[in-house]
Design a binder for this molecule. Structure first.
Ligand SMILES: [Zn+2]
Ligand SMILES: [Zn+2]
Length: 277
């Protein structure tokens, strides 16, 4: 990474479901979903899994924080790191939070405040001194963020709903598509529309095709289904993401090999990895 890389994706948490630290996951990492998108010197954050803690600490070293957090949805593995995101605790910082899956039954502020309510957590949201805004949008809308990025959104196939994102900046596009389940033998047209011609496509590849029959209806997909979407939409780099917690480093090495053999340039996400489109 250099100062010239105005637009990039960096991975702080690559797991689904629950963190899985330990000697067998050190290389790919054990934190749950959190991806940083660097955008002309600003930062956009995709999901607030446990990986967001270290990202927040890194951001605090560079002076006042002004950022957007886009939630795919509010299952625990995508929000549980939020109370450990240090920038929320200083009045010098501005944090805009976005979600597209909750209306009309719920809204983002209510759902996140519920997670922080006693006796589940000791610090309520109003103690967090940053200038916060909670923005509920309708999935399918296009967002324009303060940093200048255009963010297109689309619906995913997941229990309680989820939103896929396409972040466009400086003529390039990074897509973040998790959590979602494919229909066997079909390509999801909503996803194809969202990722069409993108430079980087990050996808819910929790399972392999061999494992998938045991987890039908759980709301997750396979690297093989992601690879087929990447081909059909003519994307640049396909990124395997949202790893199953029981998949250790050796397992992920095997996935990396097979996925790259099927589609050249495919990479498996690991903590600390950065990609420039
Ligand atoms: Zn998840
Ligand atoms: Zn989920």
């Amino acid at each position: 990474m250099t100062a010239d890389d105005k637009f990039y994706a960096r991975f702080w948490g690559v797991r689904g479901s629950i963190p899985c630290p330990g000697p067998d996951t050190v290389r790919y990492g054990g934190n749950t979903s959190c991806v940083e998108i660097g955008c002309g010197g600003s930062t956009i954050i995709l999901d607030a899994g446990t990986g967001i803690r270290e990202l927040g600490d890194a951001m605090m070293k560079n002076g006042p924080v002004d950022t957007d957090i886009l939630f795919t949805h509010t299952h625990f593995d995508h929000i549980v790191g939020l109370p450990f995101f240090a920038p929320l605790y200083s009045r010098d910082n501005t944090v805009r939070l976005w979600s597209g899956h909750l209306m009309p039954e719920h809204n983002l502020e209510e759902v996140l405040c519920e997670m922080l309510m006693a006796p589940l957590f000791p610090i309520p949201m109003d103690i967090m001194a940053a200038d916060k805004s909670f923005n509920d949008f309708r999935c399918g809308e296009t967002l324009t963020l303060k940093c200048g990025a255009t963010v297109r959104t689309g619906p995913l196939n997941h229990p309680n709903r989820a939103t896929g994102y396409r972040v466009e900046y400086d003529g390039r596009a990074i897509c973040y598509v998790t959590d979602t389940e494919h229909v066997e033998g079909q390509l999801d047209q909503n996803i194809l529309d969202l990722i069409d011609g993108a430079d980087i496509f990050i996808y819910d590849a929790t399972y392999t095709d061999e494992e998938y029959p045991n987890f039908k209806g759980w709301g997750h997909s396979t690297w093989q289904a992601g690879s087929a979407l990447a081909d059909a939409a003519n994307v640049g780099t396909f990124v395997v993401f949202h790893h199953e917690p029981t998949h250790d480093d050796a397992f992920m090495d095997a996935v990396a090999k097979q996925a790259a053999a099927k589609r050249s340039g495919t990479v498996v996400a690991r903590e600390g990895m950065a990609l420039v489109p």
